[in-house]
Design a protein around this ligand. Structure first.
Ligand SMILES: *[C@@H]1O[C@H](CO)[C@@H](O)[C@H](O)[C@H]1NC(C)=O
Ligand SMILES: *[C@@H]1O[C@H](CO)[C@@H](O)[C@H](O)[C@H]1NC(C)=O
Ligand SMILES: *[C@@H]1O[C@H](CO)[C@@H](O)[C@H](O)[C@H]1NC(C)=O
Ligand SMILES: *[C@@H]1O[C@H](CO)[C@@H](O)[C@H](O)[C@H]1NC(C)=O
Length: 292
């Protein structure tokens, strides 16, 4: 079992690791944190280094208060939540955001209610290749029932990139096509995504960002790994609807987490997740049956 888990993980990490190599202008999507390889591992080799990081150190950094080292986990994790927020709220098949750099960060306890991070970050819009410095505030509520982080961010220039015409064209294409759209393995094992599948990959990222935003805590660092499959469903109303199976990479625990999502998209409404279900024991159901 142990060996098998390692193998599955290695294969999946291979997928994410190769993303940056082959995606051209979208490289930043998965390499945005590699500028700080010591603090936020991305490649397989760096994952190996990370395992040597003593647990106490991580725990200690979680509670870091005051001025933060922008390259270390606490600031990077909080900043990553801003990326998920931007993609969930303002993403489009033609406008997606990546965290490029954390310039500065501050953390403070807010009475008994939670912890607040003030961040200065650079955000990269990966399709137009535009970069902007943004100020953000991330609040992680504390309580018996864990609530999602609350994010405020000002990134006016990036958010006003106008993709209306392209979105409308895609919407019409998907809406009127006799064949419902579907795709598997975005990207594939070589890190490749066919050009006509890019919009589906981007829709998968947008929907996944809702999950990553909702699941993020001060102790997590989520990255999109793969859209295992995505299928357009027939709808009566003006929202396009999709069923998707996605793989998220939680980099602190080094886990690949599977989710099943049902979501809608339209140019006017953006993405809305109708159902999200975390799939248990992915390593177990990926192993071939009865090989023992
Ligand atoms: C975006 O572009 C479309 C035309 O492609 C235009 O009709 C619309 O007014 C623009 N929106 C903004 C906010 O500039
Ligand atoms: C309709 O969808 C199919 C399958 O994705 C695609 O091959 C075809 O080019 C699309 N047709 C139009 C007119 O967009
Ligand atoms: C976010 O996660 C909570 C559990 O932590 C869940 O109750 C809630 O439904 C999720 N939000 C959405 C939009 O699904
Ligand atoms: C989607 O991908 C998952 C994971 O690879 C797989 O288990 C599932 O059967 C696939 N579903 C469809 C409809 O292809």
């Amino acid at each position: 079992m142990g060996v098998r888990t390692v193998v599955v993980l290695a294969v999946l990490l291979g997928v994410t690791g190769s993303l940056g190599v082959t995606l051209g202008p979208e490289t930043t999507w998965n390499t945005d944190v590699t500028a700080h390889p010591n603090s936020v591992p991305e490649t397989v080799e760096e994952m190996g280094q990370k395992q040597e990081l003593p647990e106490e150190k991580v725990e200690e950094e979680v509670m870091a208060t005051g001025k933060l080292n922008p390259n270390h986990y606490p600031a990077q994790r909080a900043a990553k939540v801003v990326q998920h927020y931007l993609n969930a709220q303002y993403g489009s098949p033609y406008r997606l955001f990546g965290l490029q750099k954390v310039h500065s960060g501050d953390a403070e306890d807010v009475a008994d209610s939670g912890r607040k991070y003030q961040l200065e970050i650079s955000v990269h819009e990966i399709i137009s290749n535009a970069v902007q410095k943004c100020s953000a505030e991330v609040f992680f509520p504390r309580g018996e029932t864990p609530l999602s982080a609350q994010v405020q961010v000002s990134c006016e220039e990036l958010l006003s990139i106008n993709t209306t015409a392209q979105e409308e064209a895609l919407y019409q294409q998907y809406k009127t096509n006799q064949t419902l759209q579907s795709a598997q393995k975005l990207p594939d094992s070589y890190g490749h995504i066919a050009a006509d599948m890019k919009p589906l990959w981007h829709l998968g990222i947008m929907a996944s960002s809702h999950v990553m935003l909702n699941e993020s805590t001060e102790e997590t660092l989520y990255n999109m790994a793969q859209v295992a499959n995505i299928t357009q469903l027939e709808t009566e109303n003006d929202q396009l609807q999709f069923d998707a199976h996605i793989l998220l990479h939680e980099m602190v625990s080094q886990e690949i987490i599977h989710w099943k999502l049902l979501f809608t998209w339209s140019p006017a409404e953006g993405t809305k997740v109708l159902q999200m279900e975390k799939l248990p024991h992915c390593h177990d159901w990926e192993k071939p049956p009865s090989t023992d």
